[in-house]
Design a protein around this ligand. Structure first.
Ligand code: SF4
Ligand code: SF4
Length: 250
């Protein structure tokens, strides 16, 4: 089942077996070889780690008040029905990289179809059999959306129906995450970065998951597959040639 493959892969990536969002201590994801090629990757992973630490702390604080987290594995109506999920450009780059270069097997073909056929306000294209394919690289807004009490009813957005049950992220962690990400947009100066965060200007670049051109991501994945396929057959040809004719390519 694709769902079980995705769950296993997500656990492997996150190196944790949390039953509920926010359980356990978060772990910073690490892709050392890719981070050498993509300078934005470390920024993004640091930002996600910061956000995750803030969520754990916020959930703990609410638990001490007797609140129980409702979000649990397999609960995904928010991914199906929410129509305004914010995503920042560096996060889109991260999602694009992750699905293009890290997702393999039947889920790769599956997500390509979903991306290709995506229409505005469809369920999130990364939701497969009720599981988030990109869980380790999901955007900040998905990481932060945690609900207490009872799970959301089909189609319910508790932000509007029971705001008091929606986790309020701890501001210092969120600000720190944006501070870490801002160099992606060419803003290096620390003073400038804090100014952009405090003024709220950092949110001017935000997009919505539902209005992204996901078809172009499917095309990018096709292109990647074709390049990798060509490279693989080139290597196979070369090694066959080497075995047959004893050629030395060194
Ligand atoms: S936000 Fe609501 S639907 Fe989404 S995982 Fe939490 S309880 Fe389930
Ligand atoms: S990225 Fe993952 S968590 Fe976020 S809406 Fe899509 S399926 Fe849900």
């Amino acid at each position: 089942m694709i769902k079980n493959r995705i769950l296993r892969y997500n656990e492997l990536m996150s190196n944790k077996k949390a039953k509920h969002k926010g359980d356990n201590q978060p772990k910073r994801l690490s892709f050392p070889a890719d981070a050498k090629i993509h300078s934005w990757l470390s920024l993004l992973l640091d930002a996600y780690y910061t956000v995750d630490k803030g969520i754990v702390e916020a959930v703990k604080a609410e638990s001490r008040k007797g609140k129980k987290l409702a979000c649990a594995r397999g609960c995904s109506s928010c991914c199906k029905t929410h129509s305004t999920i914010p995503v920042y450009p560096v996060e889109l780059v991260g999602l694009s990289w992750y699905v293009t270069e890290k997702i393999e097997g039947p889920e790769r073909d599956f997500v390509k179809v979903q991306l290709r056929n995506y229409r505005e306000n469809d369920p999130c294209p990364f939701l497969i059999e009720g599981v988030c394919l990109v869980h380790p690289m999901r955007p900040i807004s998905c990481r932060q959306f945690n609900v207490f009490g009872k799970p959301c009813a089909e189609g319910e957005d508790p932000y509007y129906t029971r705001r008091e049950d929606v986790l309020s992220p701890i501001r210092k962690y969120v600000d720190r995450a944006f501070f870490v990400m801002l160099p992606f947009y060419g803003v290096q100066s620390e003073a400038q970065r804090w100014k952009i965060i405090e003024s709220g200007a950092v949110h001017q670049v935000v997009k919505l998951m539902q209005t992204c051109n996901w078809r172009s991501l499917a095309e990018k994945m096709d292109e990647f597959d074709s390049i990798m396929g060509t490279a693989k057959s080139g290597i196979e040809d070369a090694s066959t040639d080497h075995m047959v004719h004893g050629k030395n390519y060194g």
